[in-house]
Design a protein around this ligand. Sequence first.
Ligand code: PRT
Ligand code: ZN
Length: 292
Amino acid sequence: MERPNGDNLRLAVQSAGRLADESVALLQGAGFEFDAYSRKLFSAARNFPLEILFVRDDDIPGFVADGVADLGIVGRNLVEEHGAPVEELAALGYGRCRLVVAAPRGGPVASAGDLDGRRVATSYPRTLARWLAGRGWAATIVEIAGAAELTPALDVADAVCDVVSTGTTLRVNDLVAIETLLESEAVLVADPAAWAEPARRRKIERLLLRVRSVLAARHTRYVMANCPAGALDAVREILPGLRSPTVVPLAEPGWVAVHAALPEETFWDSIEALRAAGASEILVTAVDKVIR
Ligand code: PRT
Ligand code: ZN
């Protein structure tokens, strides 16, 4: 495929698989209007100079590094494996997993040090080789396309290096994780050449602002609470808001309403503290976008 020569940014996303739906939902939530029902190769956004390219996830790091696409959404595990010199612009919070080394429970490989001189099956040979080299260990890497978890039982390998999310696959195959090589999630990456070119970078930054506004909103709740005017100082401490809370007098004398954005992570602690400080009638709503 040739480099995009028009004014449009080209963004590669997975067409089907674990990242596909959430990637489309993130882009549509950020306001980009495009058709995604058939996931045909290309879809042009109607309201932004952007084309979405639907491809296999394995192709995305290379496409972005080679400038076939300006941007990509892909697991950090694949970016790392490709070794592509791409710019990570944002971590997207979904597709979370770990790349681990695992070995049969109760077997001879009980810790990472036992890997020296053994066979490790993986579809992440480059990441594994770099990690082994960093420790000065000489293990034989058995490269396989998938289903690494089956290889110890087949005596093809003594250990595996694979992606884990819930851990069920390891447990079912009586394997235990002994070391984590990489923490991964879906990331938005850019072609460094596109990022360095001022006109293209401006467009990427416009896109990035929109994507980040949705990511920030996912971690934010908007809280409205009534409180006695006398409790305001305590309540302000609990509800700092993005800058400071909005305080509005109620029609009932001696009472105010306090409005503020709160981080989702500490949300319930703040609500408990608010109630303890005397706030009542607390309303909470989701936030669509947070733009800073
Ligand atoms: O067709 P295409 O090539 O596009 O997709 P794919 O089948 O190669 O990839 P896909 O859709 O399975 O995964 C896409 C990305 O999701 C990966 O590159 C990771 O970044 C991320 N991800 C998150 C995962 C997992 N969790 C995951 N659990 N990718 C794979 N797995 C597999 C793992 O390989 C193992 O076989 O799931 C199994 C383990 O899962 P648990 O839950 O049993 O631990
Ligand atoms: Zn793949």
